[in-house]
Ligand binder design. Sequence first.
Ligand code: SAH
Ligand code: SF4
Ligand code: F3S
Length: 463
Amino acid sequence: MIEEIQILNNKSAAQKPRAVEISETTNGFNVYIETYGCQMNVNDSEIVAGILAQSGFGITDKIDNSNVILLNTCSVRDNAEAKIFKRLEQLRFYRKQNSKLLVGILGCMAERLRGKLVGHQDLVSIVVGPDEYRKVPEMIEQSMNGEVGIAVKLSRVETYDDIIPLRTQGISAWLSIIRGCDKFCTYCVVPYTRGRERSKPFPVVIKELIDLYELGYKEVTLLGQNVNSYIDMENKVDFAKLLVECAKAVPSMRIRYTTSHPYDMTDELIEAMASHHNICNYIHLPVQSGSDRILQMMNRHYTVEHYLDRMRKIKELIPNCSLSTDIITGFPTETEDDHKATMDLMAEVRYDGAYMFNYSPRSKTKAYMMEDDVTPDVKGRRLTEIIEQQNKISRELNEAEHGLIHEVLIEGTSKKNKNEWQGRTDTNKVVIFDNYEQNYKIGQTITCKITRSTSGTLFGDVV
Ligand code: SAH
Ligand code: SF4
Ligand code: F3S
């Protein structure tokens, strides 16, 4: 059974484990951090690396050089956690080679499973939740004396606004502006693993942005589980205003944001995007279901009509905006009619891409109390249907790009072919082009004419 699929490459970087590189050790510890889950976790790993580097810890991108391995984990679906348990089994191999190797669990699984992880496989000696990362250096040191440590308190104020994340890729930066989530969708574990919403003060966001610009970054993505509920009460800045101020502060940088909630997708926010050329024309707006009954059971706070009205407004003000969404199939009580309503909504909106998942019951959530009554076979079949429909739409929308000209920010060489370059359009589509002998540089923006495509990638020639 297919469990999930992502089309459109914007989150692909967050799907595979990645290692944070490199800072020299002055205290003998070399830490290897592996990141799973969403972009917030990617930025959190950079924050942890920043905290560690400042205390003299080395950060390495080579697991074989490390004597501390930290897994920054995700709990959003059961398979995300299963992946970590598998990984821990593999890590026993490293422990066999080095009996002093220390393994720690960070992130949402640490918060959710807490003490249950300590000593897992005789391996895990520190467990640190998302709001306690300042304690990581001290906890690593203590665990060398044989102590096991757990720090999983959630905070109402922690935003790590004085920490400089150790970023390693110099073109595109993640910048968390709000942590936590207050929406409590009935299926979702995030409010329990990340705690209450709190926003970084407006002046801090602008300062971090300007620092990134001065370091040579070309693009920044403002992050939050619910990024458009950002609010700085003291300075009276909401998300639409913040976006405008960011766009004005660094006019030559591309500004992106994720993830927004349909309930908070205000006219002002859409207008802000339409009136600033450096705010990218791409919106990820998770709809989850096309059935009002299911949306209500999910506690999503909007109807299909509200959602479609937001889509209309976006298409009216930003005609070339690219759109993506998240869909959950097989939520408790979902009928064929509900499923068809989701298919219809996707056909009406015509998303450029979608992230599609089978419902996974999570303990503590409200939906956990509901019977998970859609059988795995039916869930699997419905998921296949929405994936096939989405693939077809993505392919058609990409074909409609043939002959169009895009500004492409070069990100590096193509993963498949080292003789080709890879970049991204303002609309967040990956473009592959060759002319490798030309001396292009990572971070340069070039103009490409699209010549062919697949459902996930555009191919073009430099013009
Ligand atoms: N805050 C963001 C992202 C949350 S997690 C948002 O609201 O969109 C990313 C996606 O995972 C969600 O949009 C949802 O589609 C999916 N998801 C969350 N909990 C899930 C669960 N229990 N089972 C299946 N998918 C889930
Ligand atoms: Fe989860 Fe809903 Fe919050 Fe997104 S908005 S993180 S789906 S509770
Ligand atoms: Fe996963 Fe936590 Fe992000 S549950 S999706 S890593 S906020």
